[in-house]
Design a protein around this ligand. Structure first.
Ligand code: MLT
Length: 258
């Protein structure tokens, strides 16, 4: 039996959603509510986050295998697989391993490239800080980047939830995730071979995985569309759920009509 904790709601073509770092499935709360009106939505907590226990070291590839195992167990493939940032890295690893189990991909605030030498150095420094200061180090480093100024001004409750998710992480969960993020494989060469429709979503103010990179992914994937989310930074699904839900619903409708 899979250790991965998940929530599911609704019926129809499965839509599986994977969260980013360092949050959990709650980042998709707006999508779970809305998209489950038309689809079977499955939101997974990756190891060490939310309600899924940490079970030692992992890679994006081993996470993809774990997610695949769960989906097989609960009869949820083929599916539309969506991932936010780190979840997007896992989604691309999943596609590379199990392309026939994918009906479409939703890549949100993410990228296909690996870490640059500078990003690797920053990860190593953050790992060192987490070791000494725990989740505060990650909150301090990431909070200013993951939500937009607009979200901070207009959606204080959203900011509180994001902060709570980050603060709930154990140092071990953060360290294992940072190592897996740092060591992930560059999947740029996979992009031209993705045969299924792909929806790319990015916050207009995302500085971690900026719109320019999203455009490059769109150009490299044969059947990709790009939606840029107003008033959002890196956690666009929780910052502007109405826009993101509309983009995903339109994508799912087009997939269903094929
Ligand atoms: C995430 O949101 O999952 C992270 O920002 C990904 C990363 O740091 O590469």
């Amino acid at each position: 039996m899979s250790d991965l904790h998940y929530i599911e709601k609704g019926a129809g073509v499965p839509v599986v959603l994977l969260h980013g770092f360092p949050v959990d499935g709650r980042i998709w709360r707006g999508q779970l509510k809305e998209l489950s009106k038309t689809n079977r939505v499955i939101v997974i907590d990756l190891p060490g986050f939310g309600k899924t226990p940490l079970d030692g070291a992992y890679t994006m590839d081993s996470l993809a295998v774990q997610v695949h195992g769960l989906l097989k167990e609960i009869g949820a493939e083929p599916c539309v697989l969506g991932g936010l940032s780190m979840g997007g890295y896992v989604a691309l690893a999943f596609y590379q391993k199990f392309p026939t189990d994918i009906k479409g991909l939703i890549l949100v605030d993410t990228r296909a490239t690996g870490d640059t030498p500078e990003a690797t150095a920053n990860r190593n420094e953050l790992i060192r800080q987490v070791h000494h200061r725990g989740p505060c180090a990650v909150v301090d480093a990431m909070m200013p980047k993951v939500v937009s100024d607009n979200t901070i001004a207009a959606e204080p409750e959203t900011v509180t939830i994001v902060r709570e998710m980050m603060e709930a992480c154990t140092p071990a969960a953060l360290e294992h995730a940072l190592v897996a993020l740092r060591d992930r494989v560059d999947r740029t060469e996979l992009l031209p071979s993705i045969a299924e429709p792909v929806l790319i979503i990015v916050g207009e103010c995302d500085t971690i995985t900026p719109p320019a990179e999203a455009r490059q992914m769109q150009q490299a994937i044969p059947r990709a569309t790009l939606q840029i989310v107003p008033d959002a930074a890196h956690f666009s699904p929780i910052e502007n759920p109405a826009f993101v839900n509309r983009a995903i619903s339109d994508f799912l409708r087009q997939l269903n009509s094929r």
